[in-house]
Design a protein. Structure first.
Length: 276
């Protein structure tokens, strides 16, 4: 089955889920379910490396779990990660968009109930492309539109955005802690580190650190799984690791956090006191 260039799709017409596609940044399979659209998508995001002048083929699996055949439309999108960690998608080509490098297998497909479809796409950075990160999203949109229930008779449909990060050449992040602070999140004070990325690709913090609050209580803590994009500074919450079935512990500030965070093979020491 041939793969068609997405360039023509751009002329006709950016791990995220929802009626309007709100942010999905987790590492779990993504699932969207509505009347006429019920699908699991794996993986929920791609983080791959490519070489200029060489095609890189990837496969996305779509599992349709509806009771009737499902019709889907697939297209590419540019996206922006907002300060509040929400995501804005756009079918308009961004100034530095790499979507013209992307070829997709087909624009529409039908999947039988309970079946899976392995959907192919390719990224081919032009020869001579300097080290940089190519970012775009594959949008999977249900074409079987249902009607909203309630006082308003409105058509509704689901779509899922799968984010693709492609490191070209030796593109890599360079993360550093710029500041520490306490921020209110969902009405509760939360330890936050401002992470600056001086590299030319996105990075994510990982690992576990130890927290001790004003009462002497100790907590195993971890950073939020957020991408820090090239050239930006983003707040990353450090919160207690919660075991299944257990409540979120109450932290009494000031809170001291010590340990080492990780990004790739690199280490980022953290030894700070957080006071509201």
């Amino acid at each position: 089955m041939p793969i068609a260039s997405s360039r023509s799709l751009f002329r006709a017409s950016h791990a995220w889920l929802g009626w309007a596609c709100s942010g999905i940044l987790t590492c779990l399979p993504v699932m969207s379910q509505a009347q006429g659209f019920a699908a699991y998508i794996t993986p929920p995001r791609f983080e791959v490396q490519a070489t200029p002048g060489q095609a890189l083929r990837q496969v996305l699996e779509i599992q349709h779990v509806g009771q009737q055949p499902g019709r889907f439309r697939i297209y590419t999108s540019d996206w922006t990660l907002n300060p509040d960690n929400s995501v804005t998608f756009s079918t308009d080509l961004a100034a530095d968009s790499c979507r013209p490098w992307v070829a997709i297998e087909k624009r529409e497909l039908v999947i039988e109930p309970g079946s899976r479809y392995r959907y192919r796409f390719e990224i081919t950075p032009p020869p001579g492309t300097t080290a940089r990160e190519c970012r775009f999203a594959l949008m999977i949109e249900g074409l079987d539109v249902a009607r909203a229930q309630g006082s308003l008779d409105l058509p509704v449909g689901g779509r899922i955005g799968v984010v693709v990060y492609v490191a070209i050449g030796d593109a890599a992040p360079l993360l550093e802690i710029a500041a520490t602070k306490v921020t209110m999140v969902d009405g509760k004070p939360t330890a936050m580190i401002e992470v600056r990325n001086r590299g030319n690709a996105h990075g994510r913090l990982d690992g576990f650190v130890n927290g001790t609050d004003a009462s002497g209580a100790r907590f195993e803590m971890a950073p939020a799984d957020l991408p820090i994009l090239s050239g930006e500074t983003r707040g990353v919450a450090i919160t207690p690791v919660i075991e299944d079935g257990k409540p979120t512990p109450e932290i009494r500030f000031p809170l001291t956090i010590k340990g080492t965070l990780e990004w790739g093979k690199n280490r980022l020491p953290l030894d700070a006191s957080f006071t509201p």
